[in-house]
Each structure stands twice: as structure tokens, then as C-alpha cells.
Design a protein around this ligand. Structure first.
Ligand code: DC
Length: 217
């Protein structure tokens, strides 16, 4: 499952994984964990060599948690609550833009998916990580709808950021994710496009589960 920030991928992916008894793998959390580690250790997030060295020395584990959430363990420490801060949001696209970082992350993601039975979400899953995936979706929504969703998410987490600023950040992140030279955000030719702008989560989930059932049986 791929798509831009705020399209509803993680909500939908974790719900579908729960209902189908699959494991939900949030690949964005892996890039976020590396960005977080770089920020806390003072590693320059514009230096791809330094980031690759840091990643080589980093263990990122994803575990299923309550309500279908994913617990992220970075070098043995639970950092789940630290990965969606404005600081990480502002640097993660930079970190995820480097080919050397992505090559290593993609290799790790393929290992995680190798047993099958997973729902994986990200930006390059259908195009690069798992080109042979049984079912591919590309979720999108209007910029306004995506900004609204992120705004409510940030409010729930206690961050007081204006809707206008979140809209700008998302637009900027979309631009970086879509225009990077290596594995940019794009829809795989064989992915089903789902525009969630005017859809309820349950509607999206029901549609996707139906597609999965048809394809997987
Ligand atoms: O899905 P998310 O917002 O948690 O992703 C965080 C960032 O990581 C996002 O800016 C794009 C990047 N990312 C990526 O480049 N490739 C992935 N497979 C997943 C995320």
C-alpha cells in the first residue's frame, strides 16, 4: 500500500491486517526511527554517508501492539511515542531521500515480508520493495483532506500546530517524496487507485478487504 502523507494508509493498513490476520508493517516508522536516532545523536541528516553508517549500527524492530498499532523498538528501546513529533516530521523525508539509506531499508523490509501474510505500507512498496505483491493499492486524497486528518492526529497527540502549517508541511513532504531521484513516491502500474477524500475509513477497508478476498482465494 502506497500513497502520500495523510491518505489514511496506516489506519486502513492496520485495520485490514487485523481483520485478515496478517502482520502490519509500517515502513515509514523505520525511516522515522533512523531520523529520530540521527536527531538525538547529532548526526547531520544531510550527510548520506554518516546516515548509512548510523543505519549499519542500528537495529529497528516492529512488533504488533494493542489496537493493531505497531511498537517500534530502536536498539532495544521502545521509541514508538517519539516518532511522530514535528522534529521527526520535518527531517524524515530528507533521511528517506538517500539511495544508500533506502537500499538498506528495502533489504530489511524484504526480509520482514519474506514469510508472507503481511500488509506493508509506505511510498515504494508496490514499485520497489515488493513488486510481486499479490495485491497493491495506491491510496490518495485531496491535500485539504489529508491536512485535516494530520491536524486532528497532531491535536490528539497534544501538539498545537495550525492547520495551515500542517498543510504546508505535507505539501513540502509530498514534493520531496515524489521528486527524489531514487524510488520516488509513485503508483505502481498494477496498483488499484483509491481516492479516500470523501470516504469513511470503514468504506475504504470494506472495499479493500473485498479485493483482497477475491485476489487471495
Ligand atoms: O508514512 P510516514 O509518514 O510515516 O513516512 C515517513 C516518511 O518516510 C515520508 O516522508 C516518506 C518516507 N517513506 C519512504 O520514503 N518510503 C517508505 N517506504 C516509507 C516512508
Amino acid at each position: 500500500m502506497d500513497g502520500p502523507a495523510g491518505a489514511g494508509k496506516s489506519t486502513v493498513a492496520r485495520t485490514i491486517a487485523g481483520r485478515l490476520g496478517f502482520l502490519y508493517l509500517d515502513t515509514g516508522a523505520m525511516y522515522r526511527a533512523l531520523a529520530y536516532k540521527a536527531l538525538t545523536e547529532g548526526v547531520d541528516v544531510r550527510d548520506d554517508e554518516a546516515l548509512s553508517e548510523l543505519l549499519a549500527d542500528t537495529v529497528i524492530e516492529l512488533y504488533p501492539a494493542e489496537h493493531g498499532n505497531v511498537e517500534v523498538i530502536l536498539d532495544g528501546v521502545d521509541v514508538t511515542e517519539k516518532l511522530r513529533t514535528p522534529q521527526v516530521n520535518a527531517t524524515v523525508s530528507q533521511v528517506a531521500g538517500f539511495a544508500s539509506v533506502r537500499t538498506e531499508m528495502v533489504a530489511r523490509q524484504r526480509v520482514l515480508a519474506s514469510q508472507g501474510g503481511v500488509v506493508m505500507d509506505g511510498r515504494d512498496i508496490g514499485t520497489c520493495v515488493l513488486p510481486e505483491a499479490d495485491v497493491k493499492f495506491y491510496l490518495t486524497a485531496s491535500l485539504d483532506a489529508r491536512a485535516q486528518r494530520r491536524y486532528h492526529e497532531m491535536q490528539r497527540m497534544g501538539y498545537n500546530i495550525s492547520l495551515a502549517r500542517i498543510r504546508e508541511e505535507i505539501e513540502h513532504r509530498d514534493m520531496l517524496d515524489s521528486s527524489r531521484p531514487y524510488a520516488p513516491l509513485s503508483k505502481a502500474d498494477d496498483a488499484l487507485l483509491v481516492d479516500t477524500t470523501d470516504m469513511e475509513v470503514e468504506e475504504v477497508v470494506a472495499y479493500m478487504i473485498e479485493v483482497c478476498r477475491q485476489r487471495l482465494t
